[in-house]
Design a protein around this ligand. Sequence first.
Ligand SMILES: Cc1cc2nc3c(=O)[nH]c(=O)nc-3n(C[C@H](O)[C@H](O)[C@H](O)COP(=O)(O)OP(=O)(O)OC[C@H]3O[C@@H](n4cnc5c(N)ncnc54)[C@H](O)[C@@H]3O)c2cc1C
Length: 395
Amino acid sequence: MTASSALQTAPSGRSHAAHARDWLAENLKGRLRIDRAHEIPVTLQELVDFEVGMHAAGLAGITWPRAYAGHGLTLREHLEINREIGLAPVPNSVNSIGKELAGPIILAICNETQKAEYLPAILKMQAIWCQGFSEPGAGSDLAGLRTRAERTADGWRINGQKIWTSGASKSQRCLLLARTGTAEDRHKGLVLFAVRMDTPGLEVREIRSIDGHRHFCEVFFNDVIVDEADMLGAPDEGWAAATRVLSIERATNRMYRSWRFQSELEHLIDACRTDARAMALLTPYSRQLAQIRVEVELLKGHVETLVETLLSGGQIGPRGSFPKLYWSESHQRFAQIGWEIVSRFPPGVDGPLRDIRARMEAVYFASRAETIYAGTTEIQLDIIAGRILKLQKAA
Ligand SMILES: Cc1cc2nc3c(=O)[nH]c(=O)nc-3n(C[C@H](O)[C@H](O)[C@H](O)COP(=O)(O)OP(=O)(O)OC[C@H]3O[C@@H](n4cnc5c(N)ncnc54)[C@H](O)[C@@H]3O)c2cc1C
């Protein structure tokens, strides 16, 4: 890896896109590439090192202020760089919750001391964050959450349970949403914390998913004491902050997504082109794949429109549901088609067909969850119907 510890931005005279493309061509090698089948999976440490390099090269923390180890560029440059990240076979960040959800909310509601403590540690990969919102009885209905935060002489005492906490077992901090009153208070009395994952009384249990990974976790809080200094914003501001986090998660998180989607589609077609038997399996789907290609283009346009809205000072609010609904449904249809094709390859294929089979398998499993996390399809439709079309909820 050529990354230096000094922050780099695009050398003058070259576009950020060209700089990102060159850096990725130079540094994205071997087991880091998600377009290859690997005998030995990439390790967490390799991913962390790669992300440290991306940040140093100016490909992460793009819009964050320089005072907090960011690069101080605009969302337009973020988009420019993310197009290249999407087109290259870059693994998803292991700290995407830190970089894309916790970071923006910290910038919006935290004090200077908190910003200086949390933000550089996220970009330098010294603190991986997880998101402790969902509970066994509170997923779609997040306002039903029951995890309690009581003020004590030592700070706050937390009791309760979270579930589906992605990456909790490898995280150093949890963006926790808890309540100061009772569950009947619903949206009132909610508060956000940055909880250290090594605090006594906090227990993480991994959940094994169908793809064999242990990415999800349950997180239990038994008399966990959190310092007052780790409360984010004010008590009672938690709901507004949480909905802001969800809007970011739906609208601008992983901005490279549409370009990644395009590269998966092109990879599938290119790999099948290398073998007449594979091409014969793909051809019956050609109209559906053409339809998918159009959807990719619409998604790209939508992301670009959102960026322009934000750059001109506009808010996204409930319109964050548009891209979430559209990309998750479209990508799930594509993943189903891709999986149907690669699962019919003859056993023992090698080279490009082996690579695309491994990739489509991972894409297919991941896609099953895409219409659930960040709010399910039904919830997005209800948000659009209720808050944009001002319609009453269907029975
Ligand atoms: C891959 C993945 C990663 C995740 N990571 C995290 C994480 O890091 N942190 C975190 O806090 N959470 C995480 N989640 C949890 C996620 O936010 C919830 O799964 C999601 O909000 C749905 O909640 P639920 O699972 O409790 O399902 P439920 O809310 O019980 O929904 C079950 C079904 O009922 C439907 N439904 C529910 N309410 C309504 C309604 N009012 N109208 C119509 N239909 C309705 C839903 O659409 C769904 O089909 C993750 C989930 C997945 C799949």
